[in-house]
Design a protein around this ligand. Structure first.
Ligand code: SF4
Length: 234
C-alpha cells in the first residue's frame, strides 16, 4: 500500500497566541538554526551568467532543479546568450527543453524574453524587479531568484512550493498566494537573509518538511514550530 499523505498537526506545547514581536524573535531563532544546519544552502541550478540563470529558473517551473540541470548544458552550448537564443527557432528550443514539462510555453517565453532583452537591454539581463517582470513568463519568483542569486540584490523572498508550505506550517503565513506569503516573510525575516532563507527552506522542504510527510521528530526546527507530530508508520 502506498504511503498516505501526513500533514503535521498542531504542537500542543506551542503557545496558542503569539505576538508579532514574539514571532519576530522566533524568526531570528529559526534563522540561526537554519544557518547551523544548512550553512551552504544555495541555488541548485547550474548557470554561468545572469541570462543563463534566468532561463534555468524559467525552466524550473513545475520541474525539478535536477532535471533542469540535465537539460541546460546542451541548451547553453547551443545558445549561450540572449543574442543566440533570440535567433533560435521556437521548435528547436521546444526540442531542447521538452523534458522539463510545459515545454511549448517555456520555449515560447524564453524565445520572446531573449528577443526583448536584445531589443531593450543590449542582450543583458536588467537588475530591477520592474524590468524583469516585463519579460514574458517572468513572475516575482523568477525575478527574485535572478536578483538575489545573480545580482546579490535581496528584493524579496523566492516563494516556491516548498517555501510556501513551510511558511504556513511554521506559522509565518496563512496565505495561499505566493505573493502574500512573500510579503509576510519579508515582515518577519531580515532583508540580509531573504535570499538565504528561500534556499535553506527549499533544502528543508526536500529533506525533512516534505509535502507528503513532515518528519517533525527528526527536524531541528521542531522546538520553534507550531506544527509537530510524530510521523505515523506507513
Ligand atoms: S517541525 Fe520541521 S518538519 Fe515539522 S512542520 Fe515544522 S518545519 Fe516542518
Amino acid at each position: 500500500m502506498g504511503a498516505s499523505r501526513l500533514p503535521p498537526k498542531r504542537n500542543p506545547d506551542f503557545p496558542n497566541r503569539e505576538t508579532k514581536v514574539q514571532r519576530q524573535l522566533r524568526a531570528e531563532r529559526v534563522l540561526a538554526l537554519l544557518h547551523q544546519h544548512f550553512p551552504d544552502a544555495h541555488c541548485a541550478l547550474h548557470w554561468e551568467t545572469p541570462f543563463q540563470l534566468l532561463v534555468a529558473t524559467m525552466l524550473s517551473a513545475q520541474c525539478t532543479d535536477k532535471r533542469v540541470n540535465q537539460v541546460t548544458p546542451n541548451l547553453f552550448v547551443r545558445f549561450p546568450d540572449a543574442k543566440a537564443m533570440a535567433a533560435a527557432s521556437v521548435s528547436e528550443l521546444e526540442d531542447l527543453v521538452r523534458t522539463t514539462g510545459f515545454f511549448r510555453n517555456k520555449a515560447k517565453n524564453i524565445s520572446q524574453s531573449a528577443k526583448l532583452l536584445l531589443r531593450d537591454w543590449d542582450g543583458e539581463v536588467p537588475n530591477t524587479m520592474e524590468a524583469l517582470l516585463k519579460l514574458p513568463g517572468v513572475a516575482r519568483k523568477t525575478a527574485n531568484c535572478v536578483l538575489g542569486t545573480a545580482f546579490q540584490q535581496p528584493v524579496g523572498v523566492v516563494v516556491d512550493t516548498h517555501v510556501g508550505r513551510i511558511a504556513r506550517r511554521m506559522g509565518f503565513s496563512r496565505e495561499a498566494n505566493p505573493v502574500a506569503v512573500e510579503r509576510d516573510l519579508m515582515t518577519f525575516f531580515p532583508r540580509t537573509d531573504w535570499v538565504y532563507l528561500s534556499h535553506a527552506w527549499i533544502d528543508l522542504g526536500r529533506s525533512l518538511c516534505t509535502a507528503r510527510t513532515a518528519h517533525c521528530s527528526r527536524c531541528f526546527l521542531r522546538g520553534e514550530c507550531p506544527q509537530r507530530v510524530a510521523e505515523r508508520q506507513r
